[in-house]
Write a new protein. Structure first.
Length: 204
């Protein structure tokens, strides 16, 4: 591949005669063609990953990790074969025995920056896994003895009514109070952030 300084030397040549300009064009064309050829192979993956330290987590759009990386799927690996990765993460994510160690299992997880004393997500240990949770949803149910109607605020709603009995001086009928969080927020079978699914990987 033509190096950047070779092209720079041609650019700085004085005076820039026709031969120099033609040579410069050829150098740029050769450089672009070689880069384009390597971009279609694993060369780009390997070239980029070699500059990342072992233990660097990232996401990948393919169904299997690129060369130089492992899926973050909780699997166990040899401490000697993957010595650099073991030196980076140790047994923080598990160790089946004295010869292997586990990578983190981040399938279905969302990465989050470690709080590290800021106070936004207090009490977290680096590398710890956190279950889903949601902020409290509240509401008020307004009912009073002898009333014909009721009302609700927030996630509460009231349907139905009562009527007074003339003879007995009492009430009859039914009021139904309903709590429904979906009237206030989007709901699903889990509490989650909006996301896109990629393969969680780690550099070894």
């Amino acid at each position: 591949m033509t190096r950047a300084r070779d092209i720079a030397d041609l650019l700085n040549a004085a005076p820039p005669d026709a031969d120099t300009l033609a040579e410069l064009k050829a150098a740029i064309d050769d450089n672009s063609a070689e880069l384009a050829g390597k971009a279609s192979t694993s060369y780009v993956d390997t070239a980029v990953l070699q500059y990342l330290p072992a233990g660097t987590p990232f996401h990948w759009p393919g169904s299997s990790p690129p060369p130089g990386a492992l899926a973050r799927d909780g699997a166990a690996y040899s401490r000697t074969v993957y010595a650099a990765l073991f030196a980076a993460i140790g047994t923080d994510y598990g160790a089946p025995d004295g010869l292997t160690f586990n990578v983190p299992d981040d399938r279905g997880n969302v990465d989050r920056g470690w709080d590290n004393g800021r106070g936004v997500d207090p009490g977290r240990v680096r590398g710890s896994e956190q279950l889903d949770a949601m902020q409290n949803i509240t509401g008020t149910l307004n009912l009073s003895a002898g009333s014909r109607f009721g009302s609700g605020t927030g996630a509460f709603s009231v349907s139905g009514s009562t009527s007074q009995g003339a003879a007995a001086g009492g009430n009859s009928g039914t009021l139904t109070a309903t709590f429904d969080a979906s009237t206030q927020v989007r709901t699903a079978t889990e509490t989650r952030v909006r996301s896109r699914a990629y393969l969680a990987c780690i550099k070894y």
